[in-house]
Design a protein around this ligand. Structure first.
Ligand SMILES: [Zn+2]
Length: 168
C-alpha cells in the first residue's frame, strides 16, 4: 500500500493542504533537482516506539511552529496531511491517549508510556493529522520550511490564512 511514487501534477491531495503552498513561497532551499511534488512514505513515532506510524507526504514540507499554549510548551513544529495519508501501525492504539482543552476541537494524542506527541488532530484541520517534524525518522524529509502559526490568536490567524489561500 505504501509505495514510492511521483505526483506529476497538482492533485486534490496537495490542494487539500490549503496552507502548504502559496504563490509567494517557491523559495526552495534544496539544491537537488527533485521536484517539489515528490511524495514519499515517511515513518516515525514516539520515543518508546510503542506508537509507530507511516505517512504519505511530500519530501519537502511546510511545517507550522505554533505559539498556542500547548504547542509552545512542547516546542511543537508539525506538518498537516489528510487523515487517509496517515496510518498507525498495528497495536499502537493501546498506547494512545488524548488530551483536549479550550474548544476541544484539537485532539492532542500522545503516548501514555513515554508522553511524546508524535502526531495529533489539529483544530485547523479536524479531518487531518498534524505530524511532529521531530518524530519523523531521519532521511526522508528533504526540506522543511518552518512557518509561524499564531495559535495564540487562533481565530484571526486561521481566517487570515484562509483568505491568503483563497487569493492564490
Ligand atoms: Zn511512547
Amino acid at each position: 500500500m505504501f509505495r514510492r511514487y511521483i505526483v506529476t501534477h497538482q492533485t486534490n491531495y496537495t490542494n487539500a493542504l490549503p496552507f502548504s503552498r502559496s504563490a509567494s513561497s517557491p523559495h526552495k532551499m534544496s539544491s537537488t533537482a527533485v521536484p517539489e511534488e515528490e511524495v514519499v512514505v515517511h515513518s516515525g513515532g514516539c520515543h518508546c516506539r510503542r506508537l509507530r506510524w507511516r505517512v504519505e507526504a511530500p519530501a519537502s514540507v511546510a511545517a507550522w511552529v505554533c505559539n498556542c499554549s500547548d504547542c509552545s510548551m512542547r516546542g511543537n513544529a508539525h506538518f498537516v496531511v489528510p487523515a487517509d495519508k496517515f496510518q498507525l501501525e498495528a497495536g499502537a492504539e493501546e498506547s494512545l491517549t488524548t488530551y483536549t482543552f479550550g474548544t476541544h476541537t484539537a485532539k492532542h494524542t500522545f503516548c501514555k508510556v513515554c508522553g511524546i506527541t508524535s502526531f495529533y488532530t489539529p483544530r485547523s484541520h479536524p479531518d487531518g493529522v498534524a505530524v511532529t517534524v521531530a518524530c519523523v525518522d531521519p532521511n526522508t524529509l528533504r526540506h522543511v520550511e518552518y512557518r509561524k502559526a499564531d495559535g495564540k490568536n487562533w481565530e484571526e490567524w486561521f481566517h487570515s490564512q484562509e483568505k491568503a489561500a483563497a487569493a492564490t
